[in-house]
Design a protein around this ligand. Structure first.
Ligand code: SF4
Length: 457
């Protein structure tokens, strides 16, 4: 399933062939569409379209360009629609556009603040437009506590600092056709760093057709071009991008169209991940396993821990994947016996095995377990996450206390003796001295990898 979060189906561009446009979208897997309003007339028209067409939702709002013409009664009418119409899933389009300045800045700001208030009171997300007004929009989002309502900044065009502010305030980022344009390197660099779990797809049709069809009228079926580009940027498959962004959109707009089931194995790119446990000896400050145990659209909360037989059954043929990765939201080596049994079977079948670990297995099992992994594991990725024990304690408090950090380095050194490929990883947080971590990896003889904060899988 693909969800289009920002189209303008009420615009005259679709007057003659809307049924064909929707049919082409369905044929490409775009099963759910949100049509966004720019003024009171398009709000009324979108309400009609959403009522007529299956799996089309709408958002009532007034675009910043139109705020000079917005009468008091329009705001009241929009609030009434949001209260009574279940298909009205968000407030917008609203925001600031200091590029074209079609309406005065004062009116744009007043309208934006008014819609933030409505969204907070009615518990609906905001659909925000922002062009050349990044710092003012950030100020308003923070001063008005717009994060209480949440929402999306659509057709994202700011820099990474703006993206960070948006993400820190709980907003999603809408990615559309501009990401496919040759001159959009800066946007692509920002989107590379934004967690997939915070991206939703949009065309903004009839505008901004992707590069491959540039010059044509844009339409929801063209979302596939945007998926191609994001997949390339993120090193994911197209189905990964579709699955994650659909869950994001369904959750953000409370559409109820995607309900993830918990999984034991899950595919990302060409690897198969194995979710053996949700237990862990750490409580990392950045870990989302308690409150939001979803990785790349897969729900990793386990009802019960799976047996080796169950995992083997789910894997099927290990040679269908680049590698079988023991990962999940939890420390896989807590279940050492199960990991060894499954890894032995994978190797016997000609597959490859990787383990992602916090490096505390020797403390957990009170013995050196590394020699037991010899011949069973091809690659091991150990989370170092800090340049010294003090910072580690702060970011990744362990049940083993301050000694955990030194033990992780010892674990990595020992791994180098028995496992062909050893990598130390760090999450890019400002408390972490990346250069020092890199030196530690070098001294151990391990590879080194930086993981973007909040990016899992
Ligand atoms: S080690 Fe991994 S699973 Fe454990 S708390 Fe930290 S991030 Fe979460």
């Amino acid at each position: 399933m693909i969800i289009e979060t920002h189209s303008h189906l009420s615009f005259p561009d679709f007057k003659d062939d809307l049924p064909d446009v929707l049919k082409r979208a369905r044929e490409k897997g775009v099963e759910v569409i949100i049509t966004v309003s720019a003024d009171i007339l398009s709000t009324r028209e979108n309400a009609k379209i959403a009522k007529q067409e299956e799996r089309v939702f709408f958002t009532p709002g007034i675009h910043p360009h139109d705020t000079d013409n917005a009468k008091e009664e329009y705001f009241r009418e929009i609030e009434e629609i949001l209260k009574r119409d279940k298909l009205a899933v968000a407030v917008g389009e609203t925001g600031l556009d200091f590029y074209r300045n079609h309406s005065t800045r004062k009116r744009q700001e007043e309208s934006f603040i008014r819609f933030i208030d409505i969204a907070k009171r009615l518990n609906k997300p905001l659909v925000i437009h922002c062009r050349d007004a990044y710092s003012r929009l950030s100020e308003i989002i923070e001063s008005e506590e717009a994060g209480i309502a949440g929402g999306v900044v659509h057709c994202f065009s700011g820099d990474y600092n703006f993206a960070r502010t948006i993400l820190d305030n709980g907003f999603f980022i809408g990615v559309g056709g501009t990401i496919t344009y040759p001159k959009s390197n800066a946007i692509r660099e920002v989107i590379k760093r934004v967690p997939m779990e915070r991206i939703v797809l949009e065309t903004d049709c009839p505008y901004l057709a992707p590069q491959a069809v540039r010059g044509k009228r844009n339409e929801p079926s063209f979302l596939t071009y945007i998926i191609d580009e994001i997949a390339l940027l993120k090193g994911l498959s197209n189905s990964d991008v579709a699955r994650v962004t659909s869950l994001n959109a369904s959750t953000l707009f409370s559409l109820g169209v995607v309900n993830p089931q918990s999984v034991i194995t899950y595919r990302i790119r060409d690897s198969l991940y194995v979710n053996v446990t949700n237990r862990c000896s750490n409580k990392c400050v950045f870990c989302r396993r308690e409150e939001d145990p979803i990785v790349k659209g897969h729900l990793l909360k386990l009802g019960e821990e799976p047996s080796a037989e169950r995992i083997i059954e789910e894997i099927g043929n290990p040679k269908n994947y680049d590698e079988i990765v023991f990962c999940g939201y939890g420390e896989p080596l807590i279940r050492l016996a199960i990991v060894k049994e499954v890894a032995k079977w994978v190797k016997a079948k000609g597959g490859k095995v990787r383990i992602n670990t916090n490096g505390q297995a020797n403390l957990i099992h009170k013995r050196n377990i590394i020699p037991e992994l010899e011949g069973l594991v091809d690659r091991i990725s150990i989370s170092l996450n800090a340049h010294n024990a003090e910072v580690y304690e702060k970011l990744c408090p362990s049940e083993f206390g301050p000694k955990a950090y030194e033990e992780i380095i010892k674990f990595a050194k020992e791994a180098k003796r028995f496992i062909p490929d050893v990598t130390l990883t760090v999450v890019s947080l400002e408390e972490v001295d990346i250069e020092k971590c890199k030196n530690i990896a070098e001294s151990v003889g391990a590879n080194f990898r930086i993981r973007e904060y909040n990016v899992v899988g």
